[in-house]
Design a protein around this ligand. Structure first.
Ligand code: SF4
Length: 207
């Protein structure tokens, strides 16, 4: 019998004291390496390709971020896993949740372009899913990300059925050279049909 290996997270950096950006209260962003997509205007690309990740265990990460415990508790905040694509490391996030104080909020910024079982591993323990959906039109999605939107759609359906809709915020960007305000509206309508109600409609700035 082999010993069970502890899940590891490829940490790029933590960013402390974020307010109103990625979840309730004061949050610490935990950015990790690795993403299945290749978005043209990815602001993380340089970081993802050049920085060397630091492999950390859940306990080690907890020791790094607990310095802000009082801020989290006083403001109803917590930590937000971003990236890259944090749901590539769903087992790690589940493990981390078992270590942190229950009062901390646990959020993820995700493209949902991960196997369904990854999402299902954490869907009962995340306080806020911040979903960067790009565009719900499969062709626009593919042109912009290089990926296939079928996983996104499957995972959105899971979220709509298994998670409280108030826990899901969907970001819908206007992407220069790729979509139009009309496309954004079509994405909103497609998402409303699935039951979603919380949207962040905004413009990518590319210069
Ligand atoms: S999903 Fe996010 S991290 Fe991944 S390539 Fe697109 S913008 Fe970059």
């Amino acid at each position: 019998m082999y010993p069970m290996t502890e899940p590891i997270y490829p940490l790029l950096k933590t960013v402390r004291h974020r307010i109103g950006i990625d979840g309730a209260g004061i949050t610490t962003l935990i950015a990790g390496a690795g993403c299945p997509l290749s978005c043209r205007w990815c602001i993380n690309k340089k970081l993802l390709s050049e920085a060397s990740p630091q492999p950390v265990t859940a306990q080690q990460l907890y020791e790094m971020v607990r310095i802000d415990d009082l801020y989290f508790q006083a403001t109803g905040g917590g930590v937000t896993f971003g990236g890259g694509e944090p749901l590539l490391y769903a087992d790690f996030i589940r493990h981390f949740k078992q270590i942190i104080p229950p009062v901390w909020k646990l959020n993820v910024e995700t493209s949902l372009t991960v196997p369904a079982e990854n999402l299902q591993t954490v869907s009962d323990m995340i306080d806020c899913f911040i979903v960067d959906c790009k565009d719900m039109n499969p062709e626009i999605y593919h042109n912009y990300t290089g990926g296939n939107s079928s996983l996104l759609k499957e995972n959105l359906q899971h979220l709509a059925q298994a998670v409280g809709l108030e826990k899901v915020l969907i970001r819908i960007p206007l992407i220069p050279e790729y979509n139009t305000p009309e496309d954004q509206q079509k994405s909103i309508q497609a998402l409303q049909k699935l039951g979603f109600t919380r949207f962040d409609v905004f413009n990518y700035i590319t210069h």
